[in-house]
Design a protein around this ligand. Structure first.
Ligand code: CAA
Length: 294
């Protein structure tokens, strides 16, 4: 795909709908409104989550104003480009939809089927899934050729990468427009086959899972496991801190996909990971995970 095709297709995108106002959705919407200067509509079935998400988004802008990275005018114009709604039925005319709900194939397929009823022929539907098959999600949509994987990293405003994953049905036009949108959001893209975990989580999650197994086996304390990998291999966070930051429920869901889809015991989720999730200790977001954040 030539760069001319890519920039032409990005120019047609003005209105982006982000479904799911959790930490990923909010980060994606913020970067699309701020860097790409697009109009954003957040849709989340929970009004409480919408309020929480908007408060978080404004907190990030206020922090950047305080640090001199953003002016008050820019903060107001970014916020003016953003609207919210609790229902897909009230969706505006979106040129591009990015779904960022929790990592659940049944829920994602339901949302794609519902979105399909509302969208024009050319609207692209991207999913931020971190491990579920794009081909499977696409088959729930009316126009599977318009569906693609767009996997952002957390925290979205800071992390430069977006993994792009075409499904079996994805058209070249959908791929070109999606690459162009990611570029206009200031991101570098990589492209992966539609296989469980794509590139990032195929490598990252077994590493995190192995760190939890090391903890479970009493090889070392959690602090020593993290310090070894942080200072010994120059990572910004150790694997256990990173797991809490991503969310232990998300880590477990991804390991389960890898385990089920590949059918290889090397991907079995750590018993201790399952135990933390059963206890409701999900990491930073719930106040307790492998570490205590209370
Ligand atoms: N949202 C937006 N910005 C955030 C943020 C958040 N949740 N958390 C931190 N930041 C920003 C801070 O505001 C700060 O920005 P400024 O420089 O403009 O002030 C910047 O990040 C650095 O933050 P801090 O100084 O507070 O802390 P730090 O230097 O320790 O950096 C970090 C924090 C960027 C999270 C860093 O620890 C890091 O890079 N960690 C690893 C992150 C990572 O690996 N992410 C990928 C996870 S895997 C994934 O997302 C895929 C998946 O499917 C599971």
């Amino acid at each position: 795909l030539g760069s001319r095709t890519m920039s032409n297709s990005a120019a047609n995108i003005k209105n982006v709908c982000v479904v799911g106002a959790g930490q990923m959705g909010i980060g994606i919407g913020l970067v699309a409104a701020r860097t790409a200067k697009l109009n954003i509509q957040f849709i989340d079935s929970s009004p409480v989550q919408l309020d929480k998400g908007m408060a978080f988004l404004d907190k990030l802008l206020v922090k950047d104003v305080a640090k001199g990275k953003c002016t008050e005018d820019e903060r107001s114009s970014v916020k003016a480009r953003i609207t919210t709604s609790p229902s897909i039925a009230a969706m505006n005319n979106a040129d591009f939809v990015i779904e960022a709900v929790s990592e659940n194939a049944v829920l994602k397929r339901k949302i794609f089927a519902e979105l399909s009823q509302k969208l024009s022929e050319n609207t692209i539907l991207a999913t931020n899934t971190s491990s579920i098959s794009i081909t499977k999600i696409a088959s729930a949509a009316k126009r599977p050729e318009n569906v693609i994987g767009m996997h952002f990293m957390n925290p979205v405003p800071v992390m430069k990468l977006v993994e792009i994953i075409p499904g079996l049905q994805t058209s070249k036009e959908t791929l070109g427009t999606t690459l162009a949108l990611a570029q206009s959001m200031g991101k570098t893209t990589t492209m992966s086959q539609d296989v469980p975990g794509f590139i990032a989580n195929r490598l990252l999650m077994p590493y995190i899972n192995e760190a939890i197994i090391a903890l479970q086996e009493g090889i070392a304390t959690k602090e020593d496991i993290d310090t070894t990998m942080k200072l010994g291999t120059n990572n910004p966070m150790g694997p256990l801190t990173l797991a809490d930051f991503i969310g232990l429920d998300t880590c477990l869901a991804i390991m389960q996909v890898l385990h089920r889809e590949f059918g290889d015991s090397k991907y079995r989720p750590a018993v201790l990971l399952q135990k933390y999730v059963d206890a409701g200790w999900l990491g930073v977001k719930s106040g307790r995970g492998i570490y205590d954040y209370a």
